[in-house]
Write a protein that binds this ligand. Structure first.
Ligand SMILES: [Zn+2]
Length: 156
């Protein structure tokens, strides 16, 4: 057995009038995230980590930002497509660890829902997620958006 590791990083700005989708769930009380899709920065970072570990390129190559097919799409569908491809290639998704950097929302309050939602696609016992505060520093500290980091470990 060998293991493959991948990292994914994504950032999206807040956009008023859009629903906030983070880690596959809708969270009320905050602006949504700008983007061609639903703007789910957490799922996008997971996709890039998985694609990196499997050496399959990146999310932009898979799901073109100008392609009308992906406009406002539920990013979970994109994740499902990537997971199916990775599993079909013979990889086992061993673990995905996610760190989210933002002032709001507090990820810890939604951790259980996010983990349950993502694990339905990626596999039971594969996901951990944590939030971290930017402590008022920079654009994230000014509450202008959300950044997400993910690391994925595959076995083959
Ligand atoms: Zn994104």
């Amino acid at each position: 057995m060998s293991v493959k590791i991948g990292i994914g990083i994504d950032v999206h700005a807040f956009e008023a009038g859009k629903v906030l989708v983070l880690g596959g769930i809708e969270i009320n009380g905050y602006p949504g995230l700008k983007g061609h899709s639903d703007g789910d920065v957490v799922v996008h970072s997971i996709i890039d980590a998985l694609l990196g570990a499997a050496n399959l390129g990146d999310i932009g190559e898979w799901f073109g930002e100008k392609d009308p097919k992906y406009e406002s799409i539920d990013s979970k569908e994109l994740l499902r497509e990537v997971v199916n491809k990775i599993v079909a290639l013979g990889f086992k998704i061993s673990q995905v660890d996610v760190a989210v950097l933002c002032e709001v929302p507090k990820v810890s309050e939604h951790r259980t829902d996010i983990v349950r939602t993502i694990e339905e696609i990626v596999g039971a016992g594969t996901i951990s997620i944590k939030g971290s505060s930017p402590e008022g520093l920079g654009s994230l500290g000014r509450n202008e958006g959300v950044m997400s980091y993910a690391v994925a470990l595959l076995e083959v």
